[in-house]
Ligand binder design. Structure first.
Ligand SMILES: Cc1ncc(COP(=O)(O)O)c(C=O)c1O
Length: 391
């Protein structure tokens, strides 16, 4: 008897291998947020009545809990709408605060493989007169401390290097890079959207002055993030209003999202080591399985140090669009970042991959719910699609 798979079976629950684009809210997170939508719906800035005070207390507790996960004081946490806004506040806010004389506003250093949420504000600063140097990583995706040392000039005011890459998962040597900057009084910012909750993240131990975070990458709600600021780091606000968040990010605080962010941080940090060990095993199994079936595939980025839940491969000789179309009904994955507007990955091209290999790339990111069966099935689905498209 032939059993047919209905299209709806395939589209309703494809294998989820795109946890770096976003994650589902954990049940514990939804539960923690629940009272703050309809019952305790006060504005945390309304200090004259109970409703407001109870929302303020919830925000205050969440701030403390989040700060505890990062081993920093709660006053250093400024809530934003996500990592994009945190990056903009850190980069635009600090560079503008440090602006020097009109003709030499200062020099900024970052890396070509950063997320657009870092690159685009940096390009805006360039239009405002700042000089910008973008370091190129090696073929493994890692930047060399010597390259950073060589790029620093007397005018360098800030260096921005992401903790974990959103496409290839590689972990930059942040402690080493920040030590170079701190000796020279240069501010260090890190976009840790992909790192927080997934690897240990202690801003002070790493020597970071500004750290951007996002809740939806760690099983929290979308639309909330934070910038963690070392005391004494000057920032010019990007917007003006009610004075919330020390005047750095005015606007009514979204109490339910903030409570959800803290719950997600506590949950993911508590289970981090066990989850990472399990996902690393599954991820390595996925790579081995794919390499056995498709020996032509290429691993993008260093195998280590790398996020345990990230795998990124390119498939030579196959059209990227057709590959993704073939996989779509059964497997959710991406090529490059969810924010790349469909253009071939600037990250993979910076590593020296051709346009074809950048297009025919698969970012496979595992999550809390990924099982061994999911991995086995992903190996089968990818193998079948690649074989069908290989001339
Ligand atoms: C490294 C990195 N930075 C920033 C962002 C943007 O974060 P958010 O969606 O919270 O603005 C993302 C998400 O795709 C990311 O991966």
């Amino acid at each position: 008897m032939v059993t047919r798979t209905r299209a709806s079976d395939l589209t309703s629950s494809p294998l989820a291998f795109d946890h770096q684009a976003t994650t589902p809210c954990a049940a514990e997170v939804v539960e923690a947020m629940e009272p703050y939508w309809c019952e305790q719906w006060g504005n945390p800035s309304s200090r004259q009545h109970r409703l407001g005070l109870s929302a303020a207390a919830a925000v205050s507790l969440a701030r403390r809990q989040l700060a505890e996960c990062l081993a920093v004081e709660p006053e250093r946490v400024v809530f934003t709408s996500g990592a994009t806004e945190a990056n903009n506040l850190a980069l635009l806010g600090h560079a503008r605060a440090r602006r020097r004389s009109g003709d030499r506003p200062g020099h900024l250093i970052s890396v070509v493989t950063e997320h657009h949420a870092v690159l685009d504000p940096l390009h805006q600063l360039q239009r405002e007169g700042f000089q910008l140097t973008l370091l190129k990583p090696g073929p493994d995706g890692l930047i060399s401390p010597d390259d950073l040392r060589d790029a620093i000039t007397a005018d360098t005011v800030m260096v921005s290097v992401m903790a974990a890459n959103n496409e290839i998962g590689v972990l930059q040597p942040l402690a080493e890079l920040s030590a170079i900057c701190r000796q020279r009084g240069i501010t260090v910012h890190s976009d840790a959207a992909q790192a927080f909750g997934h690897i240990p993240l202690d801003p002070d131990a790493l020597g970071l002055d500004l750290v951007s975070l996002s809740a939806h990458k760690l099983y929290g709600p979308k639309g909330i993030g934070a910038l963690v600021i070392r005391p004494g780091i000057d920032l010019t606000p990007l917007q003006w209003g009610g004075g919330q968040e020390q005047g750095l990010r005015p606007g009514t605080l979204p109490a339910p999202l903030i409570v959800g962010f803290a719950a997600a941080a506590r949950l993911t940090v508590a289970e981090r080591d066990a989850r990472s060990a399990r996902l690393q095993e599954l991820r390595d199994h996925l790579l081995r399985g794919l390499e056995e079936q498709l020996p032509q595939i290429l691993l993008n980025g260093a195998q280590a140090p790398r996020l345990a839940h990230n795998l990124n491969i390119s498939v030579p000789g196959v059209n990227g669009n057709r590959l993704h179309r073939a996989l779509r009904p059964e497997l959710t994955c991406s090529s490059g970042s969810a924010c790349s507007n469909g253009s071939p990955s600037h990250v993979l091209q910076a590593l020296g991959r051709s346009r074809q290999l950048a297009e025919a790339s698969l970012r496979l990111s595992l999550g809390r719910s990924t099982t061994e069966q999911d991995v086995e099935q992903a190996i089968r689905v990818i193998t079948q699609a690649v074989r069908a498209l290989t001339p």
